[in-house]
Write a protein that binds this ligand. Structure first.
Ligand SMILES: CC(C)(COP(=O)(O)OP(=O)(O)OC[C@H]1O[C@@H](n2cnc3c(N)ncnc32)[C@H](O)[C@@H]1OP(=O)(O)O)[C@@H](O)C(=O)NCCC(=O)NCCS
Length: 169
């Protein structure tokens, strides 16, 4: 990680890491699909440890799941101190990519995934579960948005660190 990747606090910008992850997700997904792919969603972006200038960052990626045109790539980021050899797992994220047909620019079918190990089967099953949970979370969120009115929900703010004045429309 070179100094120009650092933020004002001297640590590596989260955006630099996300950009690297997106490139790795592209390479991994397009290699499996045999077409170009686009990023459609990124899940679980939490940087658990800061990455320092001078550390060697490795990104380990695998296609965990394929649907019809979508692929989920799991990416594990590891930062290593070159001096001490100590490695830190900074985050794991999941990128959903969609394969596109270059001529029509429409989503196109990707090859099925060959699961050779129990670990690969576990990742596929876990991705299925995450997809299902995301769908129900999204449905619940949409439902909450439609039933939520500020007037009725104001008591919920009483224990929060905010002050509602309502002085502007
Ligand atoms: C990705 C894109 C092609 C999906 O288009 P769409 O009209 O929703 O197409 P479909 O409904 O056929 O969905 C295609 C696949 O994407 C998946 N998908 C669509 N929206 C998704 C989302 N928000 N999260 C996860 N998967 C999603 C669908 O489940 C489907 O998967 P499947 O084929 O394996 O069943 C379209 O949204 C797009 O081009 N987005 C812009 C992507 C881009 O430019 N990214 C660069 C970063 S800005």
């Amino acid at each position: 990680m070179i100094p120009s990747y650092a933020n004002f606090g001297g640590k590596i910008h989260g955006g630099i890491l996300l950009s690297l992850m997106d490139k790795v997700a592209y390479a991994c997904a397009s290699k499996h699909a045999g077409t170009y792919v686009v990023t459609v969603a990124v899940e679980q972006v939490e940087f658990l440890q800061p990455v320092e200038v001078g550390q060697l960052v490795s990104l380990l990626a695998s296609v965990n799941y394929v649907g019809k045109s979508s692929l989920i790539v799991g990416i594990k980021v590891i930062a290593e101190s070159i001096k001490t050899g100590i490695k830190v797992h900074t985050n794991t994220s999941y990128f959903t990519m969609v394969a596109k047909d270059e001529e029509t620019n429409q989503p196109t079918l990707v090859p099925a995934l060959l699961l050779e190990t129990h670990e690969e089967a576990r990742r596929f099953l876990e991705a299925m579960k995450r997809k299902e949970l995301r769908k129900s979370y999204q449905d619940e969120l949409n439902n909450a948005k439609t039933i939520l009115t500020v007037e009725e929900s104001l008591p919920l703010l009483s224990n929060e660190r905010c002050v509602f004045s309502g002085s502007r429309c």
